[in-house]
Design a protein around this ligand. Structure first.
Ligand code: 26Q
Length: 826
């Protein structure tokens, strides 16, 4: 399914150029937008005005194909894929659309004869659309790119949060959260479709109490969902799918009066209350804190999206039996799992089908992707939330559960333990609905996101369900889009690839294999190194101008960029840096390449220990810098406010990618893949997709270390972190420095919670068990890095063998195995 390249020239606007005093040969759609939208002559335009005008010029080029795609899909009536996700971490859009539209010349001509700096300045005007926390949200963004590139009729459904993931500041080494009003300027990519608003019934009403939304029982209310559509341009520009984000508000004015009995002020308050439903993205990615507003958000996403999907289906199909042949709905984790109940409600209460028919259609339409093995991240919602917000759904869930448990009893007579384990309802003080169980029972497919993760899901987390429904369980190893993560992020490498193997890799990443034959070729090696050097220099320059910090691009760039979490073990990384620091102070002659350790990542605002780890990294960075014995040998840099754009800047410059989670805890990882395809070597545990990366590249081309998932599981019960403290001198010295306040002289005792986690509470994520093996792996890195030909050879082989990790491959597998969806092309 190769994308076609758009041959037609992008449509220009039909407006008459009116820029006063501008010579006719300078007239252009871009100048028209400046003149007619911004009402400013090109010469006087600010960078922001230039950005908006260029974005609108590009949108003019996209719009005809957007319309064509819609018309084609409406007439062909193909099976459509719907990707439901609480997060779409799309980042910036302008350059991505230029690449996918193949509109580089359009952009160049629009700005000519402006210098390169104008272009750079303009790009920087676009805020990141930070509508996600991390991996799950970015995966959704890569997947909609691939769906469009593969010409699959598809739509993403999400929420249009006013505030995306918070902006992270660092003060006194500590994370502080600032709001991210990414919509402060109007967004040129979105199209609001007021005419397609939907109404969502809520069984309670809400009030704001000290800025917090509170459900008030009695008195039902409604929310209005208004779609804001964004074009999703497939590579080549021919297929333009839609990302539809819902904004919540109170029902329109007409209904308003009816419901609020002419109480004008009360009605305005209702509006404010209603709009707060899509005000902010919850910044937690690993604990279910159980906030009622989050529950309402999930319910709101599901009701808006399913109403829309079913209405579209009904426009083209009269027979409900056709639903699974025309509609595939993928649930991105359990966050939209209430879709199981909502689809049942639509089929029973609105279509008046029998329970059996409705259930059969529901299961055949829905599919569920799991992204975590952490028990505390599994969603369980209090029954009272359902009672308040959507009692009909609760009723349906109880009936689904009753029938399901009847099936369980029929298959396993007398096994009450199993009934209790599998029930959709968890009894206890305050009953809870287990959303993962609901999603599994209501879907025909349940997949994990890397081979080991799918395996652990089947054998450990939900083994009872895998036993009952063996055919439902499958694996879909994650992937990332090469358009953004190679072409956009690393144009210099992209040029080298084009010159070496042609440009088909952009839509068929397996073509990178062609590089393997060049891995030892000195000329190609030199070109490859030059691209890396260029990326490092550009990154160092960016760090210097934006943060004032000096980083030396001739040092080894070692990078760990991801959410801060104990299981991801940034703490292991920083403890090893302390080991190096201590060794260098004892022995300044220690042979070791000069290294810069980069960290970036946000901690959930309520995750105390993760925030303390950020503080430790910054304190160690300061101490390393202050000591003449260490300062020229290692550097530690914590880059604030990690986001998609920062990842695009740093990944091309990386020499080493840190993927060091406790084995068995990282479902897949996707950053690992981005680093691999940009020529970084991985130091990592045998976890998530890193295992498959090693399988592709050859283990000898990564630096693997540490306990396996099986060893981690087996050593629970007898693992004693204190043994390592007492018997390993390097470990002991590092911990003594940290807990002896060497890095925090002004704040003694500040790292006590870390000491407790490691030495009193059993080091759940086994940092100390892996520390010596990790240090040893870093020594191997030092040796290989000292041999540039060997290093470059391995880096080239990694790139050459990264083809499997394209999101095009992943989406092709979803389409074939789960959705039975096919490309739709004129
Ligand atoms: C749930 C309930 C209430 C509030 C928030 C949440 C919530 C939000 C986000 C729970 C989890 C998340 C995000 C999880 C996530 O990003 N998981 C990552 O998914 C990636 C894509 O599959 C994997 O590569 C990573 O391994 C996995 O950690």
């Amino acid at each position: 399914m190769a994308p076609r390249t758009s041959k037609s020239a992008p449509a220009s606007t039909n407006r008459t150029p009116t820029t006063a005093g501008t010579a006719a040969e300078h007239a252009s759609p871009y100048r028209d937008h400046l003149a007619l939208d911004q009402v400013v002559p090109a010469e006087a335009a600010t960078p922001r005005e230039r950005f908006e005008a260029l974005a609108r010029t590009l949108r003019d080029a996209i719009a005809p194909n957007w319309l064509k795609t819609r018309a084609l899909q409406d007439s062909a009536n193909p099976k459509r894929v719907y990707y439901l996700s609480m997060e779409f971490l799309i980042g910036r859009t302008l350059v991505n659309n230029i690449i996918n539209m193949r509109a580089e010349s359009l952009a160049q001509e629009a700005l000519a004869p402006a210098p390169e700096t104008t272009w750079r300045e303009l790009i920087e005007q676009e805020p990141d659309a930070g509508l996600g926390n991390g991996g799950l949200g970015r995966l959704a963004a890569c997947y909609i790119d691939s769906l469009a590139t593969l010409h699959i009729p598809a739509m993403g459904y999400g929420l249009r949060y006013d505030y995306g993931i918070f902006r992270q500041g660092i003060e006194n080494g500590q994370q502080v959260e600032h709001p991210d009003p990414w919509l402060a300027h109007s967004d040129p990519w979105e199209v609001v479709r007021c005419g397609e608003s939907v109404s969502v019934p809520i069984a309670c009403s809400f009030e704001l109490e000290h800025g917090v939304l509170r459900a008030v029982s009695g008195g039902s209310s409604r929310l209005m969902g208004t779609p804001y559509d964004r074009p999703v341009v497939g590579y080549g520009g021919e297929t333009v799918n839609t990302l539809r984000l819902w904004k919540a508000s109170a029902p329109d004015e007409f209904d308003f009066r009816e419901f609020s009995g002419g109480d004008f002020v009360g009605a305005v308050v209702d509006q404010i209350v209603a709009e707060s439903v899509t005000r902010v993205l919850y910044p937690d990615d690993s604990t279910n804190a159980g906030q009622a507003l989050r529950f309402v958000q999930e319910y709101f996403l599901v009701c808006c999206s399913l109403g829309d999907i079913v209405a579209r289906f009904r426009k083209q199909n009269k027979d409900w039996q056709q639903l699974p042949e025309k509609v595939a709905i993928q649930l991105n984790d359990t966050h939209p799992a209430i879709a199981v109940a909502e689809l049942m409600r639509l089929l029973l209460d609105e279509a008046h089908l029998s329970w059996e028919t409705a259930w059969d259609l529901t299961v055949r339409t829905l599919a569920y992707t799991n992204h975590t093995l952490l028990p505390e991240a599994l969603e369980k919602w209090p029954v009272r939330f359902f009672e308040r917000v959507c009692p009909r759904h609760l009723e349906l869930i109880y009936e689904i559960n009753r029938r399901f448990l009847d099936d369980v009893r029929a298959r396993y007579p007398g096994d009450e333990g199993r009934i209790e384990r599998m029930s959709l309802v968890e009894e206890g003080h305050g009953r809870l609905i287990r959303m993962a169980h609901l999603a599994i029972v209501g879907s025909h497919s349940v997949n994990g996101v890397a081979r080991i993760h799918s395996e652990l899901l089947r054998t450990r987390v939900v083994s009872d369900f895998a036993e009952m429904y063996p055919d439902r369980f499958n694996n879909k190893t994650n992937g990332v889009t090469p358009r953004r993560w190679i072409q956009q992020a690393n144009p210099e490498l992209a040029r080298l690839l084009n010159a070496t193997i042609g440009d088909t890799w952009l839509t068929d990443l397996s073509q990178l294999q062609g590089l393997a034959a060049r891995a030892d070729d000195p000329k190609f090696q030199e070109e490859f190194r030059a691209a890396k050097r260029g990326a490092k220099e550009r990154f160092a320059e960016w760090v210097r101008t934006t943060t004032g910090q000096e980083v030396d691009p001739t040092t080894l760039f070692d990078c760990q960029i991801k959410r801060i979490h104990e299981y991801k073990r940034q703490l292991l990384n920083v403890l090893h840096i302390v080991v190096l620091y201590s060794q260098l102070r004892d022995n300044p002659d220690l042979a070791m390449p000069r290294r810069t350790f980069f960290f970036a990542g946000k901690a959930a605002p309520a995750y105390r220990l993760a925030k303390l780890i950020i503080k430790l990294i910054n304190d160690v960075a300061r101490a390393v810098d202050a000591d003449p014995r260490t300062r020229d040998r290692i550097r530690v840099v914590f880059l604030p406010n990690y986001n998609v754009t920062l990842a695009e800047r740093l990944i091309p410059a990386a020499d080493v990618s840190e993927q060091i989670s406790t084995a068995g805890y990282e479902a897949s990882g996707t950053g690992n893949m981005k680093f691999m395809m940009n020529g970084a070597l991985t130091i990592g545990t045998r976890d998530g997709a890193t295992i498959e990366m090693a399988e592709q590249a050859g283990e000898e081309n990564l630096f693997l270390f540490g306990l396996t998932a099986q060893q981690v599981a087996e050593s629970r019960g007898w693992y004693d972190p204190r043994w390592h403290y007492e018997n390993e001198p390097e470990t002991r010295r590092a911990l003594d420095l940290v807990f002896g306040n060497h890095f925090s002289p002004a704040e003694p005792g500040i790292y006590e919670p870390i000491r407790e986690a490691l030495l009193t509470h059993g080091d759940y994520f086994m940092h100390l068990a892996d520390l010596t093996a990790y240090a040893e792996a870093h020594r191997r890195i030092g040796e290989v890095y000292a041999d540039p030909r060997e290093w470059t050879r391995r880096a080239i082989l990694n790139v050459a063998r990264s083809g499997l990790f394209s999101s095009d491959r992943a989406i092709a597998e979803y389409a074939a195995d789960i959705w039975s969806a096919e490309p739709c092309l004129a």
